[in-house]
Design a binder for this molecule. Structure first.
Ligand code: PEP
Length: 280
């Protein structure tokens, strides 16, 4: 309050102050996450050794205010789960079955993933959408099953190069979210992390500019707000993924609607992965 100012002016300053305080509070309340997606890399021995070195590093230097997740192939889940101490580094799978149990040879259910001690599962990664033809309806089924099994879901969305060039990127992501995710209840949405991964940036070395990432993340948060309200929108974590590396992570993470990253290639190199976590 500035002494001597007219009462009306004081009131408006006070309102501005309250609004800024509210925005800051919501922003800092959001969980910040760096998740490594190992994809189909590392045999069992290599994976366990790598997980051990990551665990050791973050036991000594806990990531300030952010959560680190390792999303491993299925075969690593149990072993890595035994290595990771509770509360330091979390564990996730990269996919789950669209059915809960039964005669589905080769599949791994969400409940099985949960039984290893994993807390997360990635659903809707573009490699699953492209190579295994997983569509929004199927991804919605997987998401519901994963949540009902007690897992948190990292739900991926993102446009291909041609869609961006045609100016259709916002509409594509809107459809993916509406069909894949927005059937969930507000309570179920608390278990969701959204990962925006422009397909043209995954594993290509091309990265969305920080402004492109911010535009999309802001848009996604707006869609969540329209459907689930302000509180849900302010609290949901939205990650960026696509050729994120130590040299570009800090600039991308500095954007107000970017709450961390889903990291592919760079999550396989200890120094790079740690540098990205520290950038956050
Ligand atoms: C990913 O696989 O989710 C990913 C973002 O890969 P990369 O970081 O290698 O582009």
């Amino acid at each position: 309050m500035v002494v001597g100012e007219p009462a009306g002016k004081r009131k408006s300053n006070w309102n501005d102050y309250q609004t800024i305080k509210y925005i800051l509070k919501q922003y800092y309340m959001r969980k910040k996450i760096v998740a490594g997606n190992w994809k189909m890399n590392m045999n069992l021995e290599e994976g366990l050794k790598f997980a051990k070195s990551i665990e050791q590093y973050f036991s000594e230097k806990p990531p300030a205010g952010s959560e680190v997740i390792l999303c491993t192939p299925f075969i690593h889940l149990q072993g890595v789960s035994e290595i990771l101490k509770p509360g330091k580094v979390a564990l996730g799978a990269q996919n789950c079955a669209s059915e809960s149990s039964g005669a589905f040879t080769g599949e791994v259910s969400a409940a099985m993933i949960k039984s290893t001690g994993a807390q997360y599962v990635i659903i809707g990664h573009s490699e699953r959408r492209t190579y295994y033809h997983e569509d929004d309806r199927l991804l919605n089924k997987k998401t519901v099953l994963a949540i009902n099994s007690g897992l948190n879901v990292i739900f991926c969305c993102g446009e291909i190069k041609e869609e961006r060039e045609a100016g259709k990127h916002l509409i594509v992501v809107k459809r993916q979210l509406e069909d894949g995710l927005f059937t969930l209840s507000s309570e179920e949405m608390k278990k969701i992390v959204i990962a925006y991964e422009p397909v043209w940036a995954i594993g290509t070395g091309l990265t969305a500019t920080p402004d492109q990432a911010q535009e999309m993340h802001h848009y996604i948060r707006g869609l969540v707000r329209e459907k689930y309200g302000k509180e849900c929108a302010e609290q949901i974590t939205i990650l960026y993924g696509g050729s994120c590396k130590p040299s570009n992570a800090a600039e991308i993470f500095s954007k107000p609607d970017v709450d961390g990253g889903l990291i592919g290639g760079a999550s396989l190199k200890k120094e790079d992965f740690i540098a990205i976590v520290e950038a956050l």
